[in-house]
Design a protein around this ligand. Structure first.
Ligand SMILES: Cc1cc2nc3c(=O)[nH]c(=O)nc-3n(C[C@H](O)[C@H](O)[C@H](O)COP(=O)(O)OP(=O)(O)OC[C@H]3O[C@@H](n4cnc5c(N)ncnc54)[C@H](O)[C@@H]3O)c2cc1C
Length: 302
């Protein structure tokens, strides 16, 4: 995230959040709007209507600015819609490359997001807390003093999983379809305009009437702003029918299982530099097979 001049305009980039874009959405957008809105007057443009564009738009509206979102696609046709929705900043940076400045920014963004999502918990936004069980003895990194609030090793008597070591932590899960729908409604209810438009080059952005533009185009920034450092990562998902009685999430070598009101999400593949978003039936069948093998191994108690 950074600001630069584009002709007469200020352009603030807010993209490139790896596998943690839902998690970091409020916090990263908070830092972006602090950077952009200071000293600005007049309307604001946001490019993109994924989780980053919608959060940025809401924060600019909360600060009193009229907002127009320009976007090639709206939910449900964004990457944000197919995210698992776990509050966990997964694969956001390479630890060896992170500067102290980056880490300070990252901690601030995580902290703001963590607090913002907590005040949105409930059915209207599709956010809920779940205990999460992870294979292995590695406790979750305690990113903030309050996150994760529960983070402990379980003894074999405390879980039924076919595993020698299990860690439990608590976090929030976002039903992304419902959440993004609601966020889009919030933007419109606050007077925001949304225009469907794909930008081909920075000159198109420079021609917008707004003096301040937030670039929330995610992977689209690669072509639009020539950022070839940006790399795609593809993840495949299998979605089972919803089972409201499943009230925990699980992760391990078998992938991940996130139960949501719109279905049980099974996933765990991660293919770096894969641009093609076409679902791969063989990978999806493998995800289901691994999960089946894992859940078949449950110990039953009388
Ligand atoms: C399988 C999978 C699981 C994931 N699970 C999680 C998870 O559990 N937790 C988590 O925190 N994160 C998760 N993520 C990561 C998360 O989905 C992303 O980091 C996040 O969605 C990025 O949001 P965004 O708004 O930046 O991008 P996007 O959602 O891609 O939105 C970009 C927007 O910009 C628009 N756009 C692009 N180019 C242009 C252009 N040239 N002109 C106009 N508009 C343009 C698009 O139409 C779109 O509206 C997951 C990702 C995947 C793939």
């Amino acid at each position: 995230m950074r600001a630069e001049a584009l002709g007469e305009k200020r352009l603030v980039h807010n993209y490139g959040h790896g596998g943690g874009g839902i998690t970091l959405s409020w916090g990263s957008s908070k830092l972006a709007t602090e950077l952009g809105l200071q000293g600005h007057s007049g309307p604001v443009a946001v490019i993109g209507a994924g989780v980053m564009g919608l959060s940025t738009a809401r924060l600019a509206q909360e600060a009193g600015f009229p907002v127009t979102i320009y976007t090639a696609a709206l939910p449900p046709d964004t990457t944000s819609n197919i995210a698992g929705g776990q509050f966990h900043p997964f694969a956001v940076f390479h630890p060896g490359d992170a500067t102290p400045e980056f880490m300070a920014q990252y901690a601030r963004a995580t902290d703001y997001s963590w607090r913002r999502f907590q005040i949105m918990v409930g059915d209207d936004y599709g956010i809920r807390w779940l205990p999460t069980y992870v294979a292995g003895d590695q406790l979750q990194e305690q990113l903030l003093p309050t996150f994760p609030p529960v983070n402990r090793h379980l003894s074999s008597r405390e879980h039924p999983f076919p595993l020698d070591a299990v860690v439990q932590y608590d976090t929030m899960y976002v039903e992304t379809g419902r959440y993004l729908r609601q966020m889009e409604r919030d933007v419109r209810l606050a007077g925001g305009k949304i225009e469907i438009r794909r930008f081909a080059a920075p000159a198109d952005v420079a021609a917008l009437p707004e003096g301040l533009v937030f670039n929330c185009t995610g992977l689209g920034s690669r072509d639009l702003f020539g950022d070839t450092e940006l790399r795609p990562a593809r993840g495949q998902l299998a979605i089972l029918e919803p089972q409201p009685e499943v009230r925990y999430a699980a992760l391990g070598d078998f992938g991940y299982m996130f139960p949501r009101a719109d279905g049980i999400l099974l996933g765990g593949t991660f293919e770096l530099d894969e641009f093609d978003p076409t679902p791969q039936p063989t990978d999806i069948a493998r995800i289901i097979e691994l999960q089946k093998r894992f859940f078949d191994g449950f110990r039953c108690t009388a």
